[in-house]
Design a protein around this ligand. Structure first.
Ligand code: GRF
Length: 219
């Protein structure tokens, strides 16, 4: 069974979607550990409820960012973690962790990358005036939200959307595509070729398209 290590900084709803997908049998994996940089993260509560081991590691307690991520990598390795999940982990991952888990770290970002990387992807989308946005699961490299893209989901952006309403719409899709991406990994269906991630046996050609606002239908 694929062993997951989850890093989260906050409420952990994406962590919950992973827990639930494991629980239902959809995701052939087990969560070996939750590590958080925030002792007040609600994610800890979610881990407790399911008796998932958890650890608080605060960057301030380490002599440098590099050192922090080296120690973090050590903790994950010691627990036999094979895939690292960034579920709302609010830090840019540094080299020691990436070197330990090359193309073995996944992040979810609330925008259609490469648009609107960094903080507040949903607010950036509303402010820019785009008509569609969404979320992206990608492998993590040393940049900010720059690694190879695994799955994306697109949602419409309405003229009266706020950061909050758009975030809510996007979050629903996050909870669908993150477990899906992890499942693809667990099933050995992901191949990274340069910047591209090839998904074996994907049902890609289903002709789905979102046009927003929708075409007038003559009514
Ligand atoms: C999500 O919007 C995710 O896309 C971003 O941080 C947020 C985390 O939310 N990376 P949660 O803690 O999983 O509820």
């Amino acid at each position: 069974m694929l062993k997951l290590g989850v890093l989260a900084s906050g409420r952990g709803s994406n962590f919950q979607s992973i827990i639930d997908s494991v629980g239902s049998g959809y995701l052939p994996a087990e969560v070996a550990v939750l590590i958080t940089d925030n002792p007040d993260a609600y994610a800890i509560e979610r881990a407790r409820k399911r008796s998932i081991p958890h650890l608080v590691m605060k960057p301030g307690d380490y002599r440098s960012g590099e050192n922090y991520f080296a120690e973090l990598a050590g903790e994950l390795k010691d627990r036999g973690v094979e895939l690292v999940i960034l579920a709302g982990f609010m830090r840019v991952v540094k080299r020691p962790l990436i070197e330990e888990f090359p193309m073995r770290i996944m992040n979810i970002h609330p925008a259609i990358l490469p648009a609107f990387p960094g903080l507040h992807g949903q607010r950036q989308a509303v402010d820019y005036g785009v008509k569609v946005s969404g979320c992206t699961v990608h492998f993590v490299d040393e940049g900010v939200d720059t690694g190879p893209i695994i799955v994306q989901a697109v949602v419409p952006v309405y003229h009266d959307d706020t950061e909050e309403t758009l975030s809510e719409r996007i979050l629903k899709e996050e909870h669908r595509i993150f477990p899906f991406a992890v499942k693809l990994f667990a099933e050995g269906r992901l191949r990274v070729e340069g910047r591209r991630v090839i998904v074996d046996n994907a049902h890609e050609r289903n002709n789905s398209v979102i046009i927003n606002p929708p075409l007038d239908t003559g009514v």
